[in-house]
Ligand binder design. Structure first.
Ligand code: ADP
Ligand code: MG
Length: 249
């Protein structure tokens, strides 16, 4: 996307660190990460296993809180919110796609997708209508009344994405959403994520594959919990000038 068409900053991480355990068991999962993601922007996160990618998404979505630094979503400092407020923020603003789908086996596709809306106080009918709309957005409204074990892997992942996108979610977090899919289904998932971000959400996508990262506006690389490199089309004027200066030099 053209950087000029990006919206305001939705997600901000400032000096964010996360330490697990103590003493000999101490693990620094994230170490001083700064990051901004704007509405209309999809940022890919790459890095070796254990580099802190999932921790970064948990913190961005309010599933976890940092041991140092601040996480702000839409002006609200997530780390400053209580448990109930964080849960409400997640239901209203954050769509989370996990690698392993996390669908509830006893609920149909539509019921799985409707659940977050119902938890947020919507009546059953309105929640189902929203669920059908989200399933249509990912192109599988025809399987709305099937159970997860009656769906293919690609369909299950699309249900999980519909659930993450149902309602007005402004922050979409996807942790290796294509990990268990074949390449065609993987491209379909990316198309849906990209469309939602283009429609005005901010997105963070963890992936191991460059061809999926290519759907993002830029990519950050993590190693040992720190951002060690970044790249992409939405580089600011400073780095564009620096690149021009390098070319001239
Ligand atoms: P990635 O998603 O890049 O594979 P993670 O964010 O899952 O990395 O993990 C980063 C580091 O933090 C790893 O060393 C991992 O073992 C550690 N870690 C993550 N979660 C926990 C936890 N709940 N308790 C202890 N260590 C953890
Ligand atoms: Mg991970």
């Amino acid at each position: 996307m053209n950087p000029a068409s990006l919206g305001p900053v939705l997600l901000t991480l400032r000096g964010v660190s996360r330490v697990h355990g103590e003493g000999a068991a101490r693990v620094q999962a994230l170490a001083g990460v700064d990051l901004e993601v704007r509405l209309g922007e999809l940022v890919a996160v790459m890095g070796p296993s254990g580099s802190g990618k999932s921790t970064l998404l948990h913190l961005a979505g309010g599933l976890d809180t940092p041991t140092a630094g601040t996480v702000t979503v839409g002006g609200a400092e997530v780390s400053g919110l209580g448990l109930a407020e964080r849960a409400a923020l997640r239901r209203r603003s954050v769509g989370y796609v996990f690698q392993d789908f996390n669908l509830i086996p006893a609920l149909t596709a539509a019921e799985n997708v409707a659940l977050p809306r119902e938890l947020d106080g919507l009546g059953t009918r309105a929640a189902r209508a929203a669920a059908l709309e989200a399933l249509a957005e990912v192109g599988i409204v025809e399987v709305a009344d099937r159970f997860p074990d009656e769906l293919s892997g690609g369909q299950r992942q699309r249900v999980a994405i519909a659930r993450a996108l149902v309602g007005p979610r402004s922050l979409v977090l996807a942790d290796e959403p294509t990990g268990a899919l074949d390449s065609v289904a993987g491209e379909d998932v990316m198309r849906v994520l990209r469309a939602r971000v283009d429609a005005g959400a901010a997105g963070l996508l963890v992936t191991h594959e460059a061809r999926f990262a290519a759907w993002a506006d830029r990519t950050i690389f993590l190693r040992d919990g720190a951002v060690v490199d970044s790249t992409g089309a939405s580089a600011g004027p400073e780095s564009l000038l620096a690149a021009v200066a390098r070319d001239l030099g």
